[in-house]
Design a protein around this ligand. Sequence first.
Ligand SMILES: *Cc1c(COP(=O)(O)O)cnc(C)c1O
Length: 377
Amino acid sequence: MEQIPFNRPYTVGNEIELIQEAVDSWHISGDGAFTKKCQELLEETLGVPKVLLTTSCTDALEMAALLLEIRPGDEIIVPSFTFVSTVNAFVLHGAKPVFIDIRKDTLNLDESQLERLITPKTKAVVPVHYAGVGCEMDSILEITARHGVEVVEDNAHGLFAKYKGKQLGSFGATATQSFHETKNFICGEGGALIINNPKLIERAEIIREKGTNRSRFFRGQVDKYTWVDVGSSYLLSDILSAFLYAQLTARDDIQTKRRRIWERYFDLLSQWAAENDVLLPKIPDHCEQPYHMFYMIVPNLDYRQNMLSYLKNNGVSAVFHYLPLHTSEMGMKYGGRPGDCPVSENISDRLVRLPFFNAMSETEVEKVAETIVAFKP
Ligand SMILES: *Cc1c(COP(=O)(O)O)cnc(C)c1O
């Protein structure tokens, strides 16, 4: 039986043409014409002071850790329900992760638990906007400002989404984006660091250029470039930036396609969900979502496992999502114990993500929904 895949990378059509243009211009390393175009487009659309394209969201998070001068003994607060990179980037520099539980409704970090986890060692909080639905940024910013703690938004899911009318990624001192092929806008592997605190911009450019002031040199601000700080190689090749530029300029078209799929799922599944004790995503009125994923929260783990194998046997590739980090092998080394983040543990067992990709047809969406509705637990 032909499977409806969980994801299928999408091309808008002119990616190869733009890559050819990059090749013909003899500049295919980082910071070429397409890198600059992507950065300017993002700065303008998001209304942020600086965007730097990076090799991945993971690398943008590592840059954020370097910018905040994370050292052994520092603590960072991260949701347990996230991708490993959210925490790894900081642990790599010796930080101790402190795991915070999530809210039952949006699956974002539970801001009501934030203050009691802050200690004099807390350096940063890393809110992850799950499925691109904004965390409660008003409370998070108020609490962190009062304690002198930095905010780094992991916005891998949420490009072009808004919280109270303001773009996600524009709240923290820095924020990170991903252009991995599983995200809304892709270039294979790629990412971006958004820098909202202007004092961090120059150092971010240095860190991204192997610890040199090469960016200042190219702007004619110094007459030679040299080693001035720590750094690494975080520049995205202009070949990939060209691919990404094709995608970003087609953003309205891509988001319209995704919105249709999401809304169709919601319409087709709402009644069944209500009658079967299944929860569909909750989007608070003050959040505009980017239609990154469609998930369901089913009654329990057995139900979830049965449903996933039933769907697979009936041609639908649905998947679960994050395993809580506090009970992972590494998380336990940092003192995580079962029971610490009960909502994360519970939701992780019950979550099902449905196939969701830009080119998904109406018929495919209907087939997935019909198959679900016919499920006998
Ligand atoms: C995808 C993802 C990342 C990592 O992105 P890469 O670009 O693959 O490094 C980080 N955090 C979250 C929440 C993600 O979903």
